[in-house]
Design a protein. Structure first.
Length: 236
């Protein structure tokens, strides 16, 4: 289907509304239970949201910001999906990439569920920072906002794809004592991914921290190890 040009927030929401499914609203509410209590749901499947967002990927960021203001989860997911698609465009300019980066950080208050972060942080934040100082990620890792902390570690996925693992481990070390389960899971998942690049680096990290890290983080981190190695670390 042809990509729409110069679309606006209202048109995007109208397209989402066509697929509203009241039967799935309660199921979706359980899925986003960690989001803010005022969030509403249309009951859409994420595949549908992604497909519509791809058609609307040329939506101006002024309109995308209006989508981020929506009370509906699927609308905000659509907004970050549009941002993700724009960030991955081959012909994107540095100025456009910076605008996406700035919007994400400025409106992080609306990017407030684990999958909203995971859908867009690697491309919008991570790719932008590949050839730049990473200070902002360390600031986010120390934020009082759990979603900003998740952005810090999730964004490093873009670096991992380039074979750069150091920032993932450094940020993971900052977050190791985080009380939130969704941060603990993210730490484990991302250091596991870093371990695919360099297994010895992951083992060095685990050997240093295995006695103090949460069991959730540990289980996620060792998921791809063989049975004997998993048993070794779980016995610590």
């Amino acid at each position: 289907m042809k990509t729409l040009k110069e679309t606006n927030a209202k048109e995007f929401i109208i397209e989402l509304e066509k697929h509203r499914n009241e039967e799935d609203v309660e199921k979706m509410k359980r899925f986003i239970k960690n989001s803010d209590s005022s969030t509403l749901c249309m009951g859409l499947h994420m595949r549908t949201v992604f497909q519509i967002a791809k058609r609307f990927m040329e939506t101006p960021l002024t309109e995308v910001e209006k989508l981020l203001d929506s009370s509906y989860y699927e609308v905000r997911m659509g907004a970050v999906s549009i941002m993700d698609y724009q960030a991955k465009k081959k012909q994107i300019t540095e100025s456009q990439r910076k605008s996406l980066f700035d919007l994400y950080l400025r409106r992080h208050d609306r990017i407030n569920n684990w999958d909203l972060v995971d859908r867009s942080a690697p491309s919008v934040i991570g790719i932008y920072l590949i050839d730049k100082p990473k200070n902002i990620l360390y600031d986010l890792a120390r934020s009082n906002n759990m979603w900003e902390r998740r952005t810090a570690i999730v964004s490093t996925h873009a670096f991992l794809k380039k074979g750069e693992i150091d920032h993932t481990f450094r940020i993971a070390e900052i977050l190791l004592d985080d009380p939130e389960e969704l941060i603990q899971k993210a730490i484990g998942s991302w250091i596991r991914e870093a371990g695919k690049q360099n297994e010895q680096a992951l083992k060095r990290f685990l050997n240093k921290h295995v006695s103090t890290m949460s069991r959730i983080t540990l289980r996620y981190a060792i998921e791809k190890f063989d049975k004997e190695t998993r048993r070794f670390y779980l016995s610590k």
